[in-house]
Ligand binder design. Structure first.
Ligand code: WTA
Length: 649
């Protein structure tokens, strides 16, 4: 291997970090040989009301599936993120917030956070929210988003956060699935200088005749922009807070009581409500946050993810706050008004740990034609990447231009379903290879299998599975346990199937190759191609649609849609734009196709199944090696599609 492709652990980190190579090996070994003992010890990192005596009760058998961790313990997630820090860290900053407009700055100490959360938890109770209720949160990136989540957890309500980029239709189906009675939102969000009408989107969602459960909408005044206030249904956040008491006892939750639902896309059907429970999730989120980022007391930690995604849940709220960290939260985007924003923020807030996504790194890289603007990076120690494979070129750019060759990059592989990081370097233990997520975290047993489910030993490539449970694992699909079993445990029996492919090299390092199912990853956002197709065919002019991903310089993958129009409809540029707009309003801007190709016919087998591998190749402009087309009902459709392809190199 050339030296260029290996970045060894620095002597300083090997010496001073929480875990060095020897410790990693020892602890990893212990965690898989003696999981009971390992997790009995590490389960203590969380404060329990009633200590657990049971550790792990798990079966991955698809006929008899159960996953329980610390099941007889009781605790409260918010108590762990807030109350338990009051004594030693009451005046420590919990959240530093920077507005979209950098002149807006706020900080909240742990003591202030405690007051806000207690008051809002009481406010939720005053609106009829009870333990076990699902509360929908559709908020901008402001401290109140974290306060809303923690307040739900405080009273045992289950939050369901919806990313602010989703459309009213997407909101409606999520509210419905969770039968939410209360929705928390704000008048508007601000990102990159533009406002997003969150409250108006909620109003539209609630107009859907399908949504029958919502009784109250709590509205935060963020911008003061105009909203239609619905008397009797809508209530102002600040008016509730004005009359709320500062005392609210944290509800005693069982370890396996639900903490939250978060919807995510799969290869079929509508997005699934991924259900996470309390005890194991808190242990896992806090432990991974501490070790993966080598987090040290008094460090400033910045995660650029939105709270609407799992990264925002585990690594902006629950993990770091459980560890008593100071979290930097940014309302906007780190490349607005220009690319220097990110460096300025690192400098302004003395950021020690930065956690961001490859798509942002590639965007900065593309804009920084003369190198990244100079900034004082001396505070920065550790940098992370998440959400999609990071290409070595972007890795190196991040390492050189942002980290100034001083900071290891932890490329963290995980999923909404996994609750926390499963495969990642540890800064003081793992020599880095750009593009590899490297080795498993404690207690995680990844493996590769071929399409028949046979284990692949040593070096090789295959489907990535996990052989045994870890505490942060999702427990069910909300309201549809059968779907949970079917999606994750039936493809390869007795194993958790990730939906990703991976390669393992001679050093045992994992290289994630991307999804092997019909899920695409666009700017780190997970989308099911089937969802986008069903949005497209819902348009009156569309007869049929097939959607695939294609390589995109900034987004990682772009969305390529092949559309067959109804016979009496004319292809036109206007219609193309109208379809993109249509998907935007059906799902959200993130799902709008980058390229729409008219397809008079689609490559189908004789039984009518669309052969996507041809479509993927054409979309990727790899038309010289399409492969055997003899199983197609009409192989000639390929010629037309190739001729008209939109993405020529
Ligand atoms: C992909 C985000 C390569 C992967 C935390 C996974 C990655 C999906 C990485 C989950 C990484 C995430 N390297 N691929 N470091 N991290 N992925 O649920 O395909 O939004 O299955 O969770 O993102 O996306 P999700």
């Amino acid at each position: 291997m050339s030296t260029q492709s290996l970045y060894p652990v620095s002597p300083e980190l090997a010496e001073n970090s929480k875990i060095n190579e020897d410790q990693y090996r020892k602890m990893y070994q212990e965690s898989v040989v003696n999981p009971e003992g390992f997790w009995r010890e590490h389960g203590q990192r969380i404060s329990w009301f009633k200590p657990f005596t049971k550790i792990k009760k798990v079966s991955f058998d698809d006929h008899n599936l159960f996953i329980n961790w610390f099941a007889d313990g009781t605790l409260n997630a918010t108590y762990n993120c807030v109350d338990r820090h009051l004594e030693a860290r009451g005046d420590k900053t919990a959240i530093i917030w920077e507005g979209d407009d950098p002149s807006e700055q706020r900080t909240l100490t742990y003591r202030q956070l405690h007051i806000e959360v207690s008051k809002f938890a009481n406010a939720l109770r005053s609106q009829g929210v009870r333990k076990g209720d699902v509360v929908t949160i559709y908020m901008p990136m402001v401290p109140e988003a974290a306060i809303a989540m923690l307040s739900c957890a405080r009273i045992g309500a289950v939050h369901s956060v919806i990313f602010g980029g989703f459309s009213p239709d997407s909101i409606a189906s999520r509210i419905n699935d969770g039968s939410s009675r209360v929705v928390i939102t704000s008048d508007e969000a601000i990102r990159g200088g533009r406002t997003i009408p969150l409250k108006a989107n909620i109003d539209l969602a609630l107009q859907s005749p399908d949504v029958k459960t919502v009784e109250k909408v709590i509205v935060l005044n963020r911008t003061g922009g105009h909203i239609d206030f619905v008397e009797g249904r809508d209530v102002w956040w600040h008016e509730l807070m004005a009359v709320s008491s500062e005392y609210c006892q944290a509800e005693e939750q069982n370890a396996e009581d639900p903490l939250f639902i978060l919807y995510t896309s799969g290869s079929t059907g509508s997005p699934k409500g991924v259900l996470h429970t309390t005890g194991g999730y808190m242990v896992y989120a806090s432990m991974t946050h501490e070790y993966v980022f080598d987090y040290r007391e008094d460090e400033v930690y910045w995660c650029t993810a939105d709270v609407g995604w799992i990264t925002g849940h585990s690594y902006m709220v629950y993990g770091p706050l459980a560890n008593g960290a100071t979290v930097l939260m940014h309302e906007g985007v780190p490349n607005w008004p220009d690319i220097s924003r990110m460096g300025e923020m690192i400098e302004r807030h003395n950021v020690n740990i930065l956690y961001t996504a490859p798509t942002l790194i590639r965007a900065l890289m593309a804009q920084a034609t003369e190198g990244y603007p100079n900034f004082d990076s001396s505070s920065l120690r550790i940098m992370g990447s998440v959400g999609e494979p990071i290409n070595p070129e972007a890795w190196r750019w991040y390492y050189q231009e942002i980290g100034k060759e001083q900071c290891p990059i932890v490329d963290t592989w995980w999923q909404t379903e996994t609750g926390g990081v499963l495969i990642s370097p540890l800064p003081g233990a793992t020599d880095l290879k750009p593009g590899s997520a490297t080795r498993p975290f404690f207690g995680v047993q990844p493996a590769l299998v071929d399409n028949m489910g046979n284990l692949i030993d040593g070096e090789g490539e295959g489907n990535l599975v996990i052989l045994d449970s870890w505490p942060g694992q999702m427990r069910s699909v909300y309201g549809d346990h059968e779907r949970f079993v079917l999606t994750y445990f039936k493809t390869f029996r007795g194993m958790y199937f990730t939906g990703d492919g991976a390669r393992r090299d001679g050093d045992g390092y994992y290289w994630i190759t991307g999804r092997v199912d019909d899920v695409i990853n666009v700017s780190g956002h997970r989308l099911g191609t089937a969802e986008i197709e069903s949005a497209l065919v819902a348009h009156p002019d569309v007869a049929e649609a097939a959607v695939v991903g294609y390589p995109h310089d900034i987004k990682g993958q772009g969305i390529y849609a092949y559309v067959t129009l109804n016979a009496d409809k004319e292809e036109s540029e206007e219609l193309r734009q109208a379809l993109r707009q249509w998907v935007r309003s059906e799902i959200g801007a993130l799902a709008s196709p980058d390229l729409v190709q008219w397809a008079p016919g689609l490559p189908k087998t004789r039984s009518g199944k669309i052969m996507r591998r041809f479509l993927r190749k054409i979309a990727a402009d790899e038309v010289s090696a399409l492969g055997d087309a003899s199983t197609l009902a009409d192989p000639t459709v390929l010629d037309g599609l190739i001729d008209q392809r939109m993405n020529r190199g």
